[in-house]
Design a protein around this ligand. Structure first.
Ligand code: OXD
Ligand code: MN
Length: 587
C-alpha cells in the first residue's frame, strides 16, 4: 500500500532518505497485518506468547529496564518563541533541536523495517477527529497503535489529499537514556521521538499528538484537549449525564471510567466513553461535547483486580498486549493486585525468578495493559458518536494525603478554573523520578500541555465565557489519609456516592453548604448508607484545616508568581478572593 497524498508521499520520502530503513511497510490496520507483526515479534523475542486458551490473542513484552515510563526531563516543546512553551515545559529552539535530532535519526533505521502508521484520533465519522501519521522502526509500537487508534487504510482514506495531518517520526534508536528526546514542534504540528519504546514516549497518537500538539491546536481553533476520562451515568429514573474527570497519571482515571456502582445504587448504569483523554467543543445547544480520541486503554496494571476494576479485567482478557507485568510458569500475566493469592513462582518484569518472598514487586509499578476499548463490558455506544457526548460536570483531583477534602464544588466557572489550576498531587511511577512528592499538576496537564500554562488558563477562562451552559466544576480527593496513615475513604465503586452528589448539584439539587474553598455536601447530603464511613471519619475527610490551607495558599501564591505577567488577572482575582475567605476561618 502507499498513498496518492502528495504531502504525505513527500514526507515519507524525506524520512526514508534520512533514516535509511531496509524496508518500508505501510500499515493497513488489518487483523491479518496485526497477526504478522506479532508473529515477527514472537520470532525475534520482542513478544512472548501467553496461554492462548486462557488469554486468546494476548502477548507479553518486556521492555528495556531503563525504558519503563515517560521521561518528562527529556520532553521538549520546541515552539518558535520560548515564552510560548512557558515555565511548565522544557523548551528548545526548533532549528537547533531539529539539527540535533537529524543527527540522531541519520541512518538509525539501517537494517530495520520502517512502519508507516496512519491513524485517526477520534471516531472515523467525526468531523472533530484528527489524522496523524507515525513513522516508527518498532513493530511493538505499530501493534500498540492498532489497539490504541483507528489505524491504517481507514485513516488514510479520511485524510484524502489533505495536508492537515500531524507528522510523527519515531525511532527506538539504541534505547540509550542518554540519547533520548521526545520533541514537539507545535507550530508545524510535528513530533520527533528518539530513543524510547515506552507508551507515552513512543505511541505518538496519545500524549504527544492528542494532548501536547492538540492542546495548541485547540487553543488556536477554540476547543479543548484535556487529560480527562469520560463517564456516562444513568439514574434508575433514566436521567443520563456525562462527566469528565482530570486526575494525574496513575491516580485512578481508568478505575473511575469503569466504575461499578455499589449495591445501594441498584438500577444505576455506568458507561465508559474514555479513560484518559477528552477533546471538547461547544455544540449548537451551548453545551460542551466530548469525544474520546483514543480507541484503546493503555492502563496501569498493578492494582487492577476483580474487586477494584472488573470492567478493565474483562477488557484485557483477549486481544491485549501486556508490558512489564510478571508472567506465571503457565504463561499467564500477573501483577500485584490481580489476585489475592500471588503465584508461588513467576518470572518478574526484569526476567528474573520471583516468589512471594521476594523483596521486589513482580510487576513494574508502571507496567501496562493495552486493550481495545470496545471490549470494555460497559463501553458506551456513544464511543463512536461523531459529535460525542454532552458534559455536565468537570471533576479535578489529585492524590493528596492532607489538605484537600473528599469533594467540593467551585462557586462558578472562573473559580473552577482556579481550583483546577491549583490542583496538586503526589507523583507516581508513570513518570521517571521520585514517587510521592507533592507537585502542582494543573488540570492534570503538567506533563501534557503543549504551551504556556498562563495562556492555557486564559483559554479556559475564555471557553467558560462562551456559554452559560458550561459544565459545573468540582474537586475530589479519594486519597486523604488519617493520622494512622490509612486512607479515610474506601474509594473505587464507593466513589459513586460522590458522583451522585455531583450529579444532583448539576441539576441544582443536592444540599450544600458554603465554605471558604467552595460548596461541600450538607450533613447527610452524601449517601453513606451501607458504608462503614462514620461521622467522625466524614468530618476528617471534609475538614478544611486552617493551618494546611495557610500553607496551601502560600504555595498557590508562589505558583502564580512563577508565571509573571503570563498569569491571567482572573487567576489572581480568584487567589485574592480565596485568601480573603480563608481569613474568616478560625484557627
Ligand atoms: C498515561 C499517563 O499513560 O498519563 O495515560 O502517563
Ligand atoms: Mn494519562
Amino acid at each position: 500500500m502507499t498513498t496518492t497524498n502528495q504531502a504525505l508521499k513527500q514526507w515519507i520520502e524525506e524520512v526514508t532518505a534520512l533514516t535509511q530503513p531496509d524496508t518500508v511497510h505501510w500499515c493497513d490496520g488489518s487483523d491479518a497485518e496485526y497477526g504478522s507483526l506479532i508473529k515477527t515479534m514472537v520470532a525475534d523475542g520482542t513478544m512472548e506468547e501467553l496461554d492462548q486458551k486462557k488469554w486468546p490473542n494476548c502477548y507479553y513484552h518486556r521492555s528495556d529496564p531503563q525504558d519503563v515510563a515517560r521521561v518528562e526531563h527529556l520532553t521538549f516543546i520546541c515552539s518558535e518563541k520560548e515564552e510560548d512553551a512557558g515555565p511548565n515545559n522544557n523548551w528548545a529552539d526548533p532549528e537547533e533541536m531539529k539539527d540535533k535530532l537529524k543527527g540522531l535519526f541519520d541512518g538509525c533505521m539501517k537494517g530495520r523495517t520502517m512502519y508507516v502508521v496512519p491513524y485517526c484520533m477520534g471516531p472515523i465519522s467525526s468531523p472533530h477527529s484528527k489524522i496523524g501519521v507515525e513513522v516508527t522502526d518498532s513493530a511493538y509500537v505499530a501493534a500498540n497503535m492498532k489497539i490504541m487508534t483507528r489505524m491504517g487504510t481507514q485513516a488514510l482514506e479520511k485524510l484524502g489529499d489533505s495536508t492537515d495531518f500531524v507528522k510523527g517520526l519515531h525511532s527506538i534508536g539504541e534505547l540509550d537514556p542518554e540519547r533520548r528526546y521526545i520533541c514537539h514542534f507545535p507550530e508545524t504540528r510535528e513530533i520527533m521521538s528518539f530513543g524510547s519504546g515506552y507508551g507515552g514516549n513512543a505511541l505518538l497518537g496519545k500524549k504527544c499528538h492528542a494532548l501536547r500538539i492538540a492542546s495548541v491546536q485547540a487553543r488556536d481553533e477554540g476547543w479543548m484537549a484535556e487529560h480527562m476520562l469520560i463517564l456516562g451515568l444513568t439514574s434508575p429514573e433514566g436521567e443520563k449525564h456525562y462527566v469528565c474527570a482530570a486526575f494525574p497519571s496513575a491516580c485512578g482515571k481508568t478505575n473511575l471510567a469503569m466504575i461499578i456502582p455499589p449495591a445501594e445504587y441498584k438500577g444505576w448504569k455506568a458507561e465508559c466513553v474514555g479513560d484518559d483523554i477528552a477533546w471538547l467543543r461547544y455544540g449548537e445547544d451551548g453545551r460542551l461535547w466530548a469525544i474520546n480520541p483514543e480507541a484503546g486503554f493503555f492502563g496501569v496494571a498493578p492494582g487492577t483486580g476483580a474487586k477494584t476494576n472488573p470492567g478493565a479485567l474483562e477488557s484485557l482478557k483477549t486481544n491485549s498486549i501486556f508490558t512489564n507485568v510478571a508472567v506465571t510458569d503457565d504463561k499467564q500475566p500477573w501483577w500485584e493486585g490481580l489476585t489475592d493469592e500471588p503465584p508461588a513462582h513467576a518470572t518478574d518484569w526484569r526476567g528474573n525468578d520471583w516468589t512471594p518472598a521476594s523483596d521486589k514487586p513482580a510487576a513494574h509499578p508502571n507496567s501496562r495493559f493495552t486493550a481495545p476499548a470496545k471490549q470494555c463490558p460497559i463501553a458506551s455506544p456513544e464511543m463512536e458518536a461523531a459529535e460525542g457526548v454532552p458534559i455536565s460536570a468537570f471533576i479535578f483531583g489529585g492524590r493528596r494525603a492532607t489538605t484537600a477534602p473528599l469533594v467540593y464544588q467551585a462557586f462558578d466557572w472562573n473559580h473552577g478554573v482556579y481550583v483546577g489550576a491549583m490542583a496538586a498531587s503526589e507523583t507516581t511511577a508513570a513518570a521517571t523520578g521520585a514517587v510521592g512528592v507533592v507537585r502542582r499538576d494543573p488540570m492534570a496537564m503538567k506533563p501534557f500541555c503543549g504551551y504556556n500554562f498562563g495562556d492555557y488558563f486564559q483559554h479556559w477562562i475564555e471557553m467558560g465565557a462562551k456559554s452559560d451552559k458550561a459544565p459545573k466544576i468540582f474537586h475530589v480527593n479519594w486519597f486523604r489519609k488519617g493520622d494512622d496513615g490509612k486512607f479515610l475513604w474506601p474509594g473505587f465503586g464507593q466513589n459513586m456516592r460522590v458522583l451522585d452528589w455531583i450529579l444532583k448539584r448539576c441539576v441544582d439539587a443536592g444540599d450544600a453548604v458554603e465554605t471558604p474553598i467552595g460548596y461541600v455536601p450538607a450533613d447527610g447530603a452524601l449517601n453513606l448508607s451501607g458504608t462503614n464511613v462514620d461521622a467522625d471519619t466524614m468530618a476528617k475527610l471534609m475538614d478544611v484545616n486552617p493551618d494546611e490551607w495557610k500553607t496551601e495558599l502560600a504555595g498557590e501564591k508562589e505558583y502564580l508568581e512563577s508565571y509573571g505577567d503570563d498569569m491571567p488577572k482572573e487567576m489572581w482575582d480568584q487567589y485574592k478572593a480565596l485568601a480573603e475567605r480563608l481569613q474568616g476561618v478560625k484557627a
